[in-house]
Design a protein around this ligand. Structure first.
Ligand SMILES: C[S@@+](CC[C@H](N)C(=O)[O-])C[C@H]1O[C@@H](n2cnc3c(N)ncnc32)[C@H](O)[C@@H]1O
Length: 302
C-alpha cells in the first residue's frame, strides 16, 4: 500500500530504520556546534522531532543540563522520542504532540528552535519557520537541516558514462516531475533546502549562514561498512514493502500532477525499478553525495 494512503503508518516511519543513524559525521556536528556556540543553548525545541534522531545528536552538544522539547504531530513517534532521549545520561526532556504551525509555547521561550527534514514535508514552510522564530528569544538561534532531495533522486552512479542517454534523461525527468508534482499537490518541496536562506532573510533573521553536511552515502559493493550495510538494507526494505522511493502510487500521483503522462510514468518507472536491480546485480558503485543544507540565523535583538 502507498505510504501516503496507509493511515496506519505514522508519517515518515519508513525512514526511521538503522540507516538514519548514519546521516551525519560526528566531527562535522562538533564543528557546527563550535561555529554556532551551541554550548550556550539552555532551552531548545526540536520541531518535527520524529523518534529523536536529531535531538539525540544535538543534545550532548548543548549546555550541561540543557532542556530540550521534542514536538511532533504524530504521538506514536513521541514514544520513540522519549525512549531515545532517556538513553542519554541526565537528559532534561519533554515530548509534546502538536502541529508545527501552532506551537503551544509562549513567545521567546527558547534559545534554539531547530528542525531536521521537517520543512520539506510542509505545504507552507514559511509559516512553520515563523513559529520557530516566534518562540526563540531575541538573539536566539533558528537552525534547520533540510535537503535538496531532488538531487538524491537523480540517476548518478560511478557507471553513468556507460548508460544510454535516453534512459538517464527519462530517470531525471521522473525525479523532477515527482518533486514538482509533489510540491504542486501541497505535500511539500523536496528541494526546500534551496529556498531556506531566502526564507530566513525574508522573515527577518540576521546573520544567516549556510553550510552543507559533509556526509556522503557511498555504495561500494559488497558493502562492508556498517553505514553502507544499513543503507543497502534500507533500499531492500523500501523495495520489498513498496514504500519510500519505491512507493509506486505516490510517484505516479506526483508525476501526473506535474503534467507527466501515464505512458511516460510507466516507462520511467520500469527504468527505475529494472535499473536499480541491474545496478545491484552488476555491483555498481556510487560516491553517494547528497545535498543536506544546514541553515542558521538569529532573531534580531531589537
Ligand atoms: C522525515 S521526519 C524527521 C524526523 C526527525 N526530525 C529526524 O530528522 O529524524 C519528519 C517528521 O515531521 C513530522 N511532521 C510532519 N508534518 C508535521 C507537522 N505539520 N507538524 C509537526 N510535525 C510534523 C512527522 O511526523 C515526522 O516525524
Amino acid at each position: 500500500m502507498s505510504a501516503e494512503n496507509d493511515k496506519t503508518r505514522p508519517h515518515s516511519a519508513e525512514y526511521f530504520g538503522a540507516e538514519r543513524d548514519y546521516l551525519w559525521n560526528a566531527d562535522f556536528l562538533d564543528l557546527l556546534a563550535r561555529r554556532l556556540d551551541l554550548r550556550a543553548v539552555e532551552r531548545a525545541a526540536d520541531i518535527g522531532c520524529g523518534v529523536g534522531h536529531w535531538s539525540a545528536l544535538l543534545y550532548p552538544r548543548l549546555a550541561a543540563e540543557a532542556q530540550i522539547v521534542g514536538v511532533d504531530r504524530e504521538p506514536r513517534h513521541l514514544v520513540g522520542y522519549v525512549d531515545r532521549m532517556r538513553a542519554i545520561a541526565d537528559t532534561r526532556m519533554e515530548a509534546i504532540a502538536c502541529d508545527a504551525n501552532r506551537l503551544p509555547f509562549a513567545d521567546r521561550s527558547f534559545d534554539l528552535a531547530t528542525c531536521q527534514t521537517l520543512l520539506l514535508h510542509l505545504r507552507d514552510p514559511a509559516a512553520a519557520l515563523a513559529e520557530m522564530i516566534r518562540i526563540v528569544e531575541p538573539g536566539g538561534l533558528v537552525l534547520c537541516a533540510e535537503p535538496n532531495n531532488l538531487v538524491a533522486r537523480l540517476p548518478f552512479s560511478g557507471q553513468m558514462g556507460e548508460e544510454a542517454v535516453e534512459r538517464l534523461l527519462r530517470l531525471s525527468e521522473l525525479a523532477w516531475r515527482q518533486a514538482l508534482g509533489r510540491a504542486r499537490l501541497g505535500k511539500g518541496e523536496e528541494f526546500v533546502g534551496e529556498r531556506l536562506p531566502g526564507l530566513f532573510a525574508g522573515l527577518g533573521l540576521q546573520d544567516v549562514r549556510v553550510w552543507l553536511s559533509d556526509k556522503t552515502h557511498p555504495s561500494i559493493p559488497p558493502h562492508s561498512s556498517p553505514g553502507e550495510i544499513a543503507n543497502a538494507q534500507a533500499w531492500e526494505r523500501w523495495r520489498a514493502e513498496g514504500v519510500g522511493p519505491y512507493d509506486r502510487n505516490e510517484m505516479r500521483t506526483n508525476v501526473l500532477a506535474s503534467g507527466g503522462s501515464e505512458e511516460f510514468f510507466d516507462s520511467a518507472w520500469r527504468d527505475f525499478v529494472d535499473g536499480a536491480a541491474a545496478g545491484d546485480e552488476r555491483g555498481w558503485s556510487a560516491a553517494g553525495g547528497v545535498l543536506l543544507y544546514v541553515v542558521a540565523g538569529r532573531r534580531p535583538r531589537a
